[in-house]
Design a protein around this ligand. Structure first.
Ligand SMILES: Nc1ncnc2c1ncn2[C@@H]1O[C@H](COP(=O)(O)OP(=O)(O)OP(=O)(O)O)[C@@H](O)[C@H]1O
Ligand SMILES: [Mg+2]
Length: 465
């Protein structure tokens, strides 16, 4: 029962309500039957009284004898009472020695021509229904005719009805109790299951799932718990993968740092040039670590939603031109032709200029990094309602089946090659997140050996058009 609190509460509430309803219903039915029986008995006794009065008022001689037979037959007592309260005649089954049912106030009413009926309880506790009518002869009330009928048979019938009511009440109550218990079990079992499952999930067993069963609210809750478990599992896996990647990315440059620093420290070089080369490597690897830490920091801030944008009116054509200028040297080193074109009528954009430049620089650096000959082109086009920014190259390209993953953290197409280029696989995931933050979206098309094209789309707001 300790685990089945809902069942207990529900059971108590429903049974309590049922009990109250049954009690009210029982009392109402009992009242209904009682008044029905009383009304019936009253009519019967009054009918008998009228009947006997008519007989008594007739002048036939054997009337009294006939009345006696009728009274016996109907199981009532008949009393003919004088104005003073004396019994002038009695017949029938009933004999009430003390005659206390004759009340002087009634006699006054009857002798003034009225009819009276009432319920009377004799000194022995037995109840009777009394109906009185005046016997009128020659326009004068000569006596009062009392019909006294015992309520015993009526009381017996009523007791029978009550017994039946109580029995059916108990039956209905037990039925309600049983069905609430079943409903409570039905409701609380999945909740208990979910409780167990969530405890397991909290304890780290993220493979735990709950049976969804019905598509009702409880089923929806089970579905939500399952979704939560899937999310937690994905989160745990990606976190593990993330740490594995970070440690892997850090281990390589640190090994280099350690090795070459040792070579310099132990003076294991022959010429000064050789030493400078080793120091260059140490410097490059230190910068790589710096770059990695910066990128990780940036990504973490973006993922926590802590990055704050500083929007301003930006001339995108000028901003892209500056980015091209900055990468000119790198492109020149590789003998790549760096082109920049602007199409359409430039309009100012209200956006974070520094972040926008970061996106363009990242894409341009990638294009230069992964292109050995040919050209790299930045095409900016202002179209009605949107701005398109495309960075295209004639480089090594990306295999089609890898395209869906290149925006993931640490994803590199050709691991060893990319490393030789100095990349860590974080640049595009930063670009992707930044583009999203600035309200744009990025797509990529590529063909291995022919080149790659990254396209950014930004919808222009009303005030920017
Ligand atoms: N223009 C491109 N041409 C061919 N391959 C590309 C190009 N841009 C990106 N890639 C591939 O996509 C991978 C992911 O790019 P991303 O910019 O995220 O990482 P990275 O350049 O290796 O390192 P980082 O930018 O963090 O220094 C790269 O490793 C590379 O293999
Ligand atoms: Mg990159």
């Amino acid at each position: 029962m300790k685990n089945n609190r809902i069942g207990l509460k529900l059971g108590l509430i429903i049974s309590g309500l049922f009990l109250v309803v049954l009690l009210f219903l029982g009392v109402a039915v009992d009242r209904m039957f009682t008044s029905f029986y009383y009304a019936n008995m009253r009519t019967e006794t009054e009918d008998l009284a009228s009947h006997f009065t008519v007989m008594a008022e007739s002048s036939e001689n054997d009337t009294m004898g006939m009345m006696g037979t009728f009274a016996e037959f109907s199981g009532v007592g008949i009393y003919n009472v004088s104005r003073e309260g004396n019994v002038m005649m009695h017949s029938g089954v009933e004999d009430h020695g003390c005659m206390s049912f004759v009340r002087s106030s009634d006699l006054n009413a009857i002798f003034s021509g009225e009819k009276v009926s009432y319920l009377y309880k004799d000194p022995g506790g037995a109840r009777h229904f009394v109906s009185v009518e005046p016997i009128v002869k020659d326009g004068q009330v000569v006596s009062a005719l009392y019909i006294v009928a015992s309520t015993e048979r009526m009381d017996e019938s009523l007791a029978g009805v009550r017994k039946l009511l109580i029995l059916s009440g108990i039956g209905a109550f037990l039925l309600a109790l049983g069905s609430t218990w079943i409903i409570a079990q039905f409701l609380s079992r999945p909740l208990l299951q979910m409780q167990k499952a969530t405890r397991k999930i909290a304890a780290g067993e993220l493979e735990t799932r709950v049976d969804i069963g019905n598509r009702d609210e409880i089923g929806a809750l089970a579905g939500a718990i399952n979704d939560l478990a899937v999310d937690l599992q994905r989160y745990r896996d990606s976190r593990q993968e993330f740490f594995a990647n970070i440690s892997h990315e850090l281990r390589t440059p640190i090994t280099y740092l350690e090795g070459y620093a040792n070579v310099v420290k132990e003076r294991l070089y022959e010429t000064e040039e050789e030493k400078d080369r080793y120091l260059d490597i140490i410097y490059m690897e230190a910068r790589r670590i710096q770059h990695l830490v910066d990128d990780l920091f940036e990504l973490a801030k973006m993922e926590e939603g802590k990055i704050s944008l500083a929007p301003e009116w930006v001339d995108l054509a000028e901003l892209a031109g500056q980015a091209v200028e900055k990468t000119k040297l790198k492109a020149g080193d590789k003998n790549l032709e760096l082109q920049y074109t602007v199409e359409g009528k430039p309009v100012p954009m209200y956006t974070d200029g520094a972040r926008m430049e970061q996106i363009v620089l990242n894409l341009l650096e990638n294009a230069i990094r992964y292109t050995e000959r040919g050209w790299v082109r930045l095409r900016l086009s202002f179209e009605p309602g949107e701005v398109k920014l495309a960075v295209q190259d004639t480089g090594i390209g990306i295999p089609e089946d890898e395209l869906p993953y290149i925006f993931e953290r640490f994803y590199r197409v050709e691991k060893s090659r990319s490393r030789s280029h100095g990349g860590t696989g974080l640049g595009l995931s930063i670009v992707h997140k930044l583009a999203g933050l600035l309200g744009g979206n990025i797509t990529v098309t590529s063909k291995v050996g022919e080149g790659t094209c990254f396209e950014l789309h930004f919808a222009l707001r009303q005030e920017e058009r």
